[in-house]
Design a protein around this ligand. Structure first.
Ligand SMILES: [Cu+2]
Length: 184
């Protein structure tokens, strides 16, 4: 997703450059039209616009767990979070998350190199907003004794699964509720 996003940004930049060179004297009115005409005007071939603006958010949408390519079982308790397997192929990955603990837990799927690299707040929780929407895939909360399924489309890369709940026992993340997931 990150890759797709920068492709889009690059294409946008190329369009801007095209606009600047091709329509140098035009005012703002010409800039608005360039989106439709770029393909036929002075397009140098590399300036094609990939699939509109929806790509950046597509990865964050939860999908049907029943139609997943791969399944990862995740066990939660105080204080551990254990995905099995810890490495899967890219595609639609379903997480079957079981809470074997005595308090509510959750799994948040983040794209990051390691738990240590995640930004934290004073209360010990991970500051998800700082990671950007494209690196925060989604989450599922699981009550005591329950199992919940959720699925997301994962591109190859390094991910970290965390429980980001903070309660009277503190931030579960700080108690060790995190684990890496590698997508190849
Ligand atoms: Cu927890």
């Amino acid at each position: 997703m990150k890759h797709g996003f920068s492709l889009q940004a690059t294409a946008g930049l190329v369009l801007l450059l095209l606009t600047a060179t091709a329509c140098g004297r035009d005012d703002g009115a010409g800039v608005r039209g360039i989106d439709q005409s770029a393909g036929t005007a002075h397009s140098p071939g590399t300036a094609s616009v990939p699939g509109g603006g929806s790509a950046s958010s597509a990865g964050s949408a939860a999908l049907d767990p029943a139609k997943a390519d791969t399944r990862v079982g995740v066990t939660l308790s105080e204080w551990m979070l254990r995905p099995q397997p810890a490495q899967v192929n890219a595609g639609v990955v379903a997480f079957d998350v079981k809470n074997e603990g005595s308090v509510k837990h959750e799994v948040v799927i983040l794209r990051a190199d390691s738990a240590e690299s995640l930004p934290t707040q004073p209360d010990g929780t991970v500051e998800e907003d700082k990671l950007g929407a494209q690196n925060s895939l989604g989450e599922v909360e699981v009550d005591v004794g329950k199992t919940e399924a959720v699925a997301f489309r994962l591109a190859p890369g390094n991910y970290v699964l965390i429980c980001n709940i903070v309660d009277d026992k503190g931030a579960h993340f700080m108690h060790g509720m995190h684990a890496p997931l590698k997508v190849t």
